[in-house]
Design a protein around this ligand. Structure first.
Ligand SMILES: [Zn+2]
Length: 208
């Protein structure tokens, strides 16, 4: 397809098409947009893209993206240490942070349980959540004062994961809550608007 296009442009279109949420039409439009952009803008885009992973890693505590050993949220001494909001990916942290309502910490699972796709607990940061919870208790925190907020998406996989986590955390006797269902079923946390997310967070309920 589009074999009449110069190879350099076709390559850009192919690369854009591989990005999530970008279809072939959008990829073409983006490529055309770049063609019309000044050289300098393209240079700075290329630079930003090629540097995206440099110096970044995952936070040793919550697995959010971090520029040093721990992420900015974990390093923030003003955040409540007894609240951990469990999310599927980093974009969910971004979405929840935008609401400015949540003052606790996070735990990024880096996916959800999905047996059909071969994703089991070992592929996710699930064992780490267990270790982290045990660590909080070992540090002298009272179980009843620890809240694990499960904020996986309201999809089948998200619910399955929430249920799995609840069972996993039960022996620790910590408070486990689930964000409210103000979110559209099958919806994505990072697509929800700030008001909906705030409501979902405020309306969370005990999850057993
Ligand atoms: Zn962190």
């Amino acid at each position: 397809m589009n074999s009449f296009l110069p190879e350099s442009i076709q390559k850009v279109i192919d690369e854009f098409s591989r990005l999530p949420g970008i279809g072939p039409k959008s990829a073409q439009r983006l490529a055309m947009y770049l063609l019309q952009s000044p050289e300098m803008r393209i240079g700075s885009l290329a630079n930003a893209v090629s540097n995206v992973k440099k110096g970044l890693s995952f936070c040793v505590d919550c697995f959010n993206i971090a520029a040093s050993e721990k992420c900015r949220i974990c390093e923030d001494t003003m955040r409540a240490r007894n609240q951990i909001c469990v999310v599927e990916d980093i974009l969910d942290v971004v979405a929840l942070e935008k609401t400015r309502q949540y003052k606790g910490l996070y735990h990024v699972l880096h996916g959800v349980l999905s047996p059909v796709d071969g994703i089991g607990p070992e592929q996710l940061k699930i064992e780490d959540l267990k270790t982290r919870t045990a660590g909080l208790l070992a540090s002298g925190m009272v179980a009843g004062e620890i809240e694990i907020i499960i904020a996986t998406n309201p999809s089948l996989e998200g619910e399955t994961t929430a249920m799995y986590l609840t069972k996993l955390l039960k022996p620790f006797a910590v408070k486990v809550t689930r964000i409210a269902r103000g979110l559209p079923a099958g919806g994505d946390l990072d697509y929800a608007d700030e008001v909906t997310l705030t409501r979902a967070l405020q309306g969370r309920m005990d999850y057993i």
